[in-house]
Write a protein that binds this ligand. Structure first.
Ligand code: PRP
Ligand code: MN
Ligand code: MG
Length: 179
């Protein structure tokens, strides 16, 4: 598996430090608001787990599975809810935890869904941002790293469902993509 990685873009230590910093910032922002912290499965599972461990305020967690990429490296442009939330969001302060924003389609769809359900506030924390690939106008409220337009894997991010378990973020060798 490590042979498939061209270079390590962000090390485990760098990820740990950044996630801790975001958790501390979000703890201040959400003090006394009992946020509903939503993990966007599958990609955000590792970030979510580390992030809430560094948040020191009362909060609730829930999980939503959406997919727009499937097994392809390109967005289909069509977002599907595979698993919905268990918790009503009406009147709640919602924090969406996402691993990466690429075209922005997944999150703009999700924000729309949550606002129509009358959330009191909806904010986004994204660990990675690829601003060069945006097709819709969308900015995260909080972000970890701005990254170049390379296909990255690890720390939750997959290529064709693989590599999610890598503890660092790496660039996949381009010859491994299917076109
Ligand atoms: C990936 C990633 C984000 C989304 C970003 O999810 O985890 O959720 O794509 O792309 P976008 O901004 O162009 O919408 P994917 O659909 O691959 O599902 P996964 O999280 O299960 O891997
Ligand atoms: Mn995802
Ligand atoms: Mg994916």
């Amino acid at each position: 598996m490590l042979n498939d990685i061209q270079e390590v873009l962000i090390t485990e230590e760098e990820l740990k430090a950044k996630v801790k910093e975001l958790g501390e910032l979000l703890s201040r922002e959400y003090e006394g608001r009992n946020p509903l912290v939503i993990c966007v499965l599958k990609g955000a599972f590792m970030f979510m787990s580390d992030l809430v461990k560094s948040m020191t305020v009362p909060l609730e967690v829930d999980f939503m599975a959406v997919s727009s990429y499937g097994k392809s490296t390109r967005s289909s442009g069509e977002v599907k809810i595979i698993k919905d939330l268990d918790t009503p969001v009406e009147g709640r302060h919602v924090l969406i935890v996402e691993d990466i924003i690429d075209s922005g389609l997944t999150l703009s769809y999700l924000i729309d869904v949550l606002e129509r359900r009358n959330a009191l506030s909806v904010q986004i924390v994204a660990l990675f941002d690829k601003p060069g690939r945006r097709t819709v106008d969308l900015e995260p409220d909080y972000k970890g790293f701005t990254i170049p337009d390379a296909f990255i894997v690890g720390y939750g991010l997959d290529y064709s469902e693989r590599y999610r378990n890598l503890p660092f973020v790496g660039v996949l060798k381009p010859e491994l993509y299917s076109h």
